[in-house]
Design a protein around this ligand. Structure first.
Ligand code: NDP
Ligand code: PYR
Ligand code: MG
Length: 592
């Protein structure tokens, strides 16, 4: 067989009409075309070896530190390389949590967690899964924002793949340098809109790394199947350009054709390297690129924009869940947004879509229940011509209104949603106005990190005199107001994307459809219990997230099967059980 291939030469694969990347001759995938390559073609000389001894201790995927048993120490040449004691994983976890809790600064906790991930991957995930409510703010918002701002100074080891303009023309080769071959989820950013912190260039890498650690901890995707990528096209952040420790290209951002050519090369290379079924999550792109990339690739690739679609799904879920407390149906409510970018218009569109489906009313009619304010004021018809395309559907017949407070007073919304990236914009007057004409105003201050939140939980509860139902993008502690404890919910796409991704991966979905986002949203809303509503919550606690993710994955997968988008056949009978069975567990394995 091999000699026949050699005789056929470099065109062997195409002559035989075989895709060298996906063919499974001898049961082995020739992912990088090594078997088919001729002498004049270049390949990457990957080797696979069994780690032992010192290198086993330095391999984060297999290292167990002091938890290696006596038998393993003997069998794997570890004797003498570790002190005599053997600890259980539970005890290691207890010790590490004690030490993390001693750090005063969140960034120190972040660095301790990153060090742990580099040293012992399973222990890192064990900590994160078992202590999710405590550690989520460390590896994710708000601390990840600070980490990105300081990424150059705290950088120790690369954690993902960097693709810069320097690699234009050879992006495929760069992808092939990544050591893992069975990639299922990529989170990619170009660093232009990191949380509400603006352009952090190459230092945005903290975001794909953080999001993917949640894919594993919250959604059960294997760490080896996750690939964080930062595309470095420069930065317009002067501070970074002048920072001697900046890790990225020191040039202003490439735009236009140069930008889209690199992105296109990247999108094509991903498909070539990992096939059709790798989920590409766009994260924290600026809106002028985010909408365009999603529109351009949603029909040819398995893509998902977390800021537009994931956020929409989680907020719709919170609103639907809040209806139990607010009363009325979705269409009975009036929505006002501060911020009309990716998050704002993405959420608005999904709410309108759900309203339209529930009431059998045209989408355009449903949009009329939803108003948005941007940096220039209320989006109204008279501004139509000057509006970016994603704002135009929201240009309603209304007189111009300059400020949020005026818009609140003029429109009397029942729901106020902040996605402006601008902290302190839900002022006392705004919250008081919302509470003056609503028995229970729903107020969501979604901007991240905490410094950018439109208002704090304390402000929402005290200014509304305990009337507000409140959720925020970054976590806030419970608030005691006039003897009652209010527990604020976290309206963050972290509830959705891990389970959503699991559903996509386990069903072998080939495209993302809006109905799959609606399914995820519904699955999340169903998880809130009466006891949680009692506390003022509209989202279930993150401590239940693995169960929630399995439910979301099952509903998303079911929708993919229903729509004919799932390629994993036959369809498992019990999708929740199947989702659970697919989930990565961080418990140590025994080595022979
Ligand atoms: N909780 C969650 O899960 C998520 C939260 N977010 C957060 O939402 C925020 C926005 O993200 P995104 O939508 O992607 O950003 P965009 O840049 O796409 O949109 C920001 C919007 O806010 C408007 N805006 C900015 N400042 C003001 C102001 N002072 N008054 C009124 N409007 C203002 C902008 O107006 P203009 O268009 O005129 O410039 C724009 O419409 C970020 O902080 C991000 O962290 C995002 C995704 C998920
Ligand atoms: C949560 C998130 O995706 C953001 O703030 O951008
Ligand atoms: Mg984001």
């Amino acid at each position: 067989m091999e000699s026949t291939m050699n005789e056929l030469g470099s065109n062997a694969a195409s002559v035989l009409d075989i895709d060298p990347k996906t063919s499974v001759g001898g049961g082995v995938e020739d992912v990088y075309g090594e078997d088919f390559a001729t002498e004049d073609q270049l390949i990457t000389p990957w080797t696979v070896s069994v780690a032992s001894g010192y290198s086993l201790l330095r391999d984060p995927r297999h290292n167990k530190g002091l938890a290696f048993t006596e038998k393993e120490r003997d069998a794997h040449y570890l004797s003498g390389l570790l002190p005599p004691v053997v600890l259980s994983q539970q005890l290691q976890e207890k010790k590490l949590m004690n030490s993390i809790r001693q750090y005063q600064l969140p960034i120190q906790k972040y660095m301790a967690m990153m060090e742990l991930e580099e040293r012992n991957e399973r222990l890192f995930y064990k900590l994160l899964i078992d202590n999710v409510e405590e550690l989520l703010p460390v590896v994710y918002t708000p601390t990840v924002g600070e980490a990105c701002q300081k990424y150059g100074s705290i950088f120790r080891r690369p954690q993902g793949l960097y693709i810069s303009l320097k690699e234009k023309g050879r992006v495929l080769d760069v992808l092939k340098n990544w050591p893992e071959r069975s990639i299922q989820v990529i989170v990619v950013t170009d660093g232009e809109r990191i949380l509400g912190l603006g352009d952090l260039g190459c230092q945005g890498m903290g975001i794909p790394v953080g999001k993917l650690s949640l894919y594993t901890a919250l959604g059960g995707i294997r760490p080896s199947a996750c690939l964080p990528i930062t595309i470095d096209v420069g930065t317009n952040n002067e501070k970074l350009l002048n920072d001697e420790f900046y890790i990225g290209l020191k040039q202003r951002r490439a735009t236009g054709q140069e930008y889209s050519e690199l992105l296109h090369e990247f999108m094509s290379a991903v498909k070539q390297c990992y096939g059709e079924k790798v989920l590409i999550q766009f994260e924290d792109f600026a809106n002028h690129n985010a909408f365009e990339l999603l529109a351009k690739y949603r029909t040819s690739h398995l893509v998902f924009n977390d800021d537009i679609q994931g956020t929409a799904s989680v907020v719709l879920s919170g609103v639907v869940s809040a209806l139990k407390v607010l009363g009325g149906s979705l269409a009975d409510h009036k929505f006002l947004f501060l911020g009309a970018g990716e998050a704002g218009t993405g959420i608005a569109e999904l709410i309108a879509l759900e309203m339209s489906k529930r009431t059998n009313t045209p989408l355009e009619e449903c949009r009329k229940r939803i108003y948005l304010v941007d940096s220039k004021g209320l989006i109204v018809k008279s501004r139509f011509e000057s509006l970016q395309h994603f704002k135009q559907p929201w240009a309603h017949d209304h007189e111009p209104v300059k400020t949020l407070l005026e818009a609140v007073n003029a429109l009397k919304p029942t729901v106020l949603i902040g996605a402006s990236g601008m902290g302190k914009t839900f002022t006392k007057e705004v919250v008081e106005a919302m509470s003056s004409f609503n028995e229970r105003p729903l107020i969501m201050a979604l901007s991240n990190p905490t410094s950018q939140a439109e208002c704090t939980a304390e402000e929402a509860y005290s200014w509304s005199k305990g009337k507000a139902i409140f959720a925020s993008g970054s976590p806030f502690d419970p608030v005691e107001y006039e003897g009652k404890v209010f527990v604020p919910g976290q309206g963050n796409n972290a509830y959705i994307f891990p389970g959503f991704g699991l559903g996509v991966v386990m069903s072998g979905a080939i495209r993302v459809h809006d109905d799959m986002l609606l399914a995820a949203s519904e699955a999340l809303a169903e998880q809130v219990t009466d006891a949680e509503y009692e506390k003022g919550l509209i989202y279930p606690p993150f401590s239940k997230i693995r169960k929630i993710s399995a439910e979301i994955a099952a509903k998303v997968a079911a929708k993919a099967y229903e729509l004919g988008l799932a390629s994993r056949l036959p369809r498992p009978a019990n999708l929740v059980k199947y989702a659970e069975s697919c989930m990565y567990s961080p418990v140590y394995r025994n080595y022979r």
